[in-house]
Design a protein around this ligand. Structure first.
Ligand code: GLC
Length: 592
């Protein structure tokens, strides 16, 4: 395509000065250091049974898609027995599959099939709380205050003369108080139990050796079946400050990103929090013991921390050599769409993890946040509302997708391990006009309908444009209604179509392997033309130069670069120079 777009700047030449911030690790070759890990949210991935809820057999049937896409591993959100008050993050039995998703046999079949495709499988472990329908909690309710059954959870007497006020002022992450009062077996109003999340998710007391022993046994149950690792839910919340002191701050795990700045000197973006329920030193003891359990098994099994902790140096404590293998990098996820902000976050992330010998992870979307295609189409690109509804300001869908593809190509060129959330390879936007009556995230009612919550990123995937429920389910049933726009994003509408988001992802994953970017290096290109440091991000990883244009004008690509990949079509100027339009990332090969 010819273009006469005015261009202000020439992209950096490969010969300009660079700042090296990360060198390839030597000797460390475990798979999780460089893996691309795809998050499957089972209820929304593929439904084989036809009840409108995805299941394990559905995952097995779609493994060829994941193999063709080129991912190294999958992480499965919970499929255990659960009353589903928080979409399975309320576990009633850690050693069984919920009938909604199938059986243990279906799990074994899926795991074996994934391994045949050389795809590793990480399962979700939810140790901060159980379901209120877990046998332990049922026993706690019928037992007396002070009993061993209650000692597995955080039961306390209420405040005030009649104990009618909660034991402290903590609020739940989903809104409202973090305490619920029980009725004692004799019918009198009784003690209170702590739940950092929904009332149906009572927190366990991790100072109790019985709790620790039980979870080591649960780890072994799944390790014996052959899983390759665990994503550890709320890994920063399991130990609370002794005495459970009042806390005036918000207990939200996901504080909003600071607008326009990184908010701190070390690349922190506001993903962390400091309350007495988060990031207590005692959690590290637990991870050291789990590390030892995994080390008894072959095959480099891995623990991944879901820890909304900042600064990044504090997060890196979770991935010290004798603790977990990885931690999600939420500072990166919450960074705004800005070259200086991203440069700072990437640098700080690599420095913090390199200091403890751990790989840095990169992630843009998951089942708890608005999809990055939609976040990046908001007025403040990259800002992070807790859900978007029909009455809210709507993202610019085309602009958001363009930026999302650019962000993804930048991410996939970074050294370390990257996480993809199901559907992002299709460029799926958030469902921003879901009927409020359909919402199932407890956030929606616990916040008294002020926060729409996470259903919009959890809508079932479109596989085939012209099939019922876009191929999600053979009967056309879907637990959340898919928007009509998903027809355009269906896999079969994109497969084999050059330039489709799916093909851009697929090529990126192939090239990432070919160029060994995961185990590569990172050097920022500094010799940018005056002013461009605010609008251009450029780095070198091995022999690739990666350029993202955040500015309003197209960049000219120097003639001595060979184009390897791009997040969108690149126009050509009248003098034959290749142009990098706004909100585009290119990968180019450096000529010696
Ligand atoms: C984690 C999960 C989230 C869940 C919460 C409570 O943040 O990712 O989906 O609601 O923990 O288990």
């Amino acid at each position: 395509m010819r273009s006469d777009t005015p261009t202000a700047t020439t992209a950096p030449a490969p010969t300009t000065t660079t700042t090296l911030v990360h060198t390839p690790a030597t000797g460390a070759a475990e798979w999780w250091r460089t893996a691309v890990i795809y998050q499957v949210y089972p209820r929304s991935f593929a439904d084989a049974s036809g009840d409108g809820i995805g299941d394990l057999a559905g995952i097995t049937s779609r493994l060829p898609h994941l193999a063709r896409l080129g991912v190294d591993a999958v992480w499965l959100s919970p499929f255990y027995r659960s009353p589903q008050h928080d979409a399975g993050y309320d576990v009633a039995d850690y050693r069984d599959v919920d009938p909604l998703f199938g059986t243990l046999d279906d799990f074994d079949t899926m795991l074996a099939a994934a391994h045949r495709y050389r795809i590793r499988v990480i399962v979700d472990l939810v140790p901060n709380h159980t379901s209120n329908e877990h046998a332990w909690f049922r026993a706690a309710l019928t037992a007396a205050p002070g009993s061993p059954e209650r000692a597995r959870y955080v039961f306390r007497d209420g405040r005030g003369p009649d104990g009618a006020a909660p034991p402290n002022n903590w609020t739940s992450v989903f809104g409202g108080t973090a305490w619920t009062r029980v009725t004692e077996p004799d019918g009198t109003p009784g003690q209170w139990y702590l739940h950092l999340f929904d009332t149906t998710q009572p927190d366990l007391d991790w100072t109790n050796p019985e709790v620790r022993a039980e979870f080591e046994s649960v780890l072994r149950f799944w390790l014996d079946r052959g899983v390759d690792g665990f994503r550890v839910d709320v890994a920063h919340g399991m130990v609370k400050e002794p005495g459970l002191p009042d806390w005036a701050g918000s207990s939200s795990m996901i504080e909003g990103a600071h607008e326009g700045t990184t908010g701190s000197e070390d690349g922190s973006t506001g993903a962390g929090n400091q309350g007495p329920m988060w990031d207590q030193d005692g959690v590290h003891d637990i991870y050291r013991s789990w590390h030892a359990v995994l080390a008894e098994y072959d095959g480099d099994r891995a623990l991944v921390a879901e820890a909304w902790v900042e600064p990044l140096s504090r997060l890196a404590r979770y991935v010290r050599p004798d603790e977990m293998q990885q931690a999600f990098n939420f500072s990166f996820l919450t960074a705004l769409w800005s070259a200086p902000v991203l440069r700072e976050v990437v640098t700080a992330s690599l420095e913090a993890n390199d200091a403890v010998g751990a790989p840095t992870t990169w992630v843009l979307s998951n089942h708890d946040v608005v999809r990055h295609t939609s976040r990046l189409g908001l007025e403040v690109p990259g800002s992070k509302p807790n859900g978007i509804g029909a009455g809210d300001p709507q993202p610019d869908e085309a602009l958001g997708l363009r930026r999302a593809r650019a962000a993804t190509l930048m991410m996939l060129a970074l050294p370390g391990s990257a996480y993809l959330y199901q559907g992002e390879e299709l460029g799926l936007p958030e469902h921003t006009s879901l009927d409020d009556d359909e919402r199932q995230d407890p956030t929606w009612w616990r916040s008294e309908h002020t926060e729409r919550g996470r259903d919009g990123c959890r809508v079932p995937l479109p596989w085939a444009a012209d099939e019922p429920a876009f191929g999600f389910s053979p009967t056309g049933a879907a637990w959340l209604t898919q928007p009509e726009s998903y027809r355009r994003y269906a896999l079969d509408a994109q497969r084999g179509t050059a330039g489709s988001t799916y093909e851009v992802y697929r090529s990126a994953l192939r090239l990432r392997r070919e160029f060994r970017l995961g185990s590569g290096s990172l050097a920022w290109v500094d010799g940018l033309p005056a002013g461009a440091h605010c609008t251009v991000l450029a780095f070198v990883n091995r022999e690739l130069l990666v350029i993202t244009n955040f500015g309003p004008d197209a960049l000219r690509l120097p003639a001595d670069l060979t184009l390897v990949h791009a997040s969108d079509d690149l126009p050509v100027a009248d003098d034959d120079a290749v142009l990098v339009p706004p909100d585009t990332t290119v990968w180019a090969r450096l000529t010696a």
